[in-house]
Design a protein around this ligand. Structure first.
Ligand SMILES: Nc1ncnc2c1ncn2[C@@H]1O[C@H](COP(=O)(O)OP(=O)(O)OP(=O)(O)O)[C@@H](O)[C@H]1O
Length: 297
């Protein structure tokens, strides 16, 4: 875990996923990312981010296109355990009776024989991973007894123990406190320095410029992607979140949605005002109040 890794290139080409019920969740997705990068995957709920993660993992079969790691189809690399995945908390069955250390040990399965008897090294890596996310004290607790943020950290530890060169994190900051979020961000930055490729979906837009060097703006397909500086612009965000921002403009003096307020907090004052009032619309009575409220967020 302390060593630098040989960076990989992740290529997503014309990727389309149609579920068995006939619903096409994502279509014609194209992007390329290289090791030593943290890329944010940003889009509204239901835009297909989890589907994209699962197809990169090889868990969901594309109906068109493909995913490749260093020019090898991802399905052919699965046994090499190159990709580690931190799922959304909702996707996990928390009633399953298993200890925290057992969950983290699952990250080592790919390195064990079929009998799955952990070696000294496996146990050592589990301890290191738990230490990294500051959960050593809870290693013998049942996973279902942990708080939302702690559960998230267990899955990050599992990914660390796997020592994959590509790390996919599906909303790792949901339900975690600021301190934990900062700790996760620091960990990701360290992994980037070591050559890992990290793709992280997040609704916490305020922190994206702080730790992501690339951004993919997504709504069932890639709207745009590239360096954060040139891609994570108010204009592009408005295109990505148009409906949500519009909703705020009609919401009067009351904020309905924390997520939306975070989106707006990355805009400049003028852009914020434009979003709120809309063209040709009367200003709502509590406009200044609303904007002041947002400024303090
Ligand atoms: N197994 C499935 N079968 C059929 N449709 C699915 C399946 N999984 C997801 N979908 C649909 O595909 C679309 C994209 O879902 P997905 O979970 O990938 O989005 P998301 O961007 O991760 O959403 P969220 O941010 O809310 O988690 C949704 O309309 C969803 O209902």
């Amino acid at each position: 875990m302390n060593d630098h890794v040989h960076p990989v290139t992740l290529d997503v080409k014309n990727l389309t996923v149609t579920y068995n019920n006939g619903h096409t969740a994502i279509h014609d997705v194209n992007f390329t990312l290289r090791g030593g990068t943290i890329c944010a995957l940003v889009g509204v709920n239901g835009s297909g981010k989890s589907t994209l993660f699962k197809s990169i993992m090889g868990m969901v079969k594309p109906s068109k296109g493909h995913v490749a790691l260093n020019d090898t189809p991802v399905t052919a690399t699965l046994k090499q355990n190159i990709i580690a995945y931190v799922p959304q908390t909702e996707e996990v069955d928390w009633d399953f009776p298993v200890l925290v250390s057992d969950v983290v040990m699952m990250g080592r399965y790919g390195k064990m024989s079929f009998l799955r008897i952990p070696s000294k090294e496996d146990k050592r890596q589990v301890d290191i991973a738990l230490e990294l996310v500051n959960l050593s004290a809870l290693k013998n607790r049942q996973i279902g007894e942990l708080s939302g943020g702690q559960k998230k950290r267990v899955f990050i530890a599992r990914a660390m123990a796997q020592q994959g060169r590509v790390l996919l994190l599906d909303e790792p900051f949901t339900g975690v406190d600021v301190q934990t979020e900062n700790a996760i961000i620091d960990l990701l930055k360290t992994l980037r320095e070591k050559g890992h490729l990290i793709l992280v979906s997040t609704h916490n837009l305020g922190s994206v410029p702080e730790f992501c060097d690339q951004v993919v703006l997504f709504n069932r397909t890639v709207l745009t992607y590239g360096p954060t500086k040139t891609t994570f612009t108010p204009q592009n965000l408005m295109q990505t979140f148009g409906g949500a921002l519009r909703y705020l403009s009609l919401s009067g003096s009351q904020l309905h949605d924390d997520e939306d307020s975070r989106i707006v907090s990355v805009l400049t004052d003028d852009e914020r005002a434009a979003v709120f009032y809309g063209e040709g619309e009367n200003q709502p009575p509590h406009d200044n109040l609303l904007i002041d409220e947002l400024r303090t967020k």
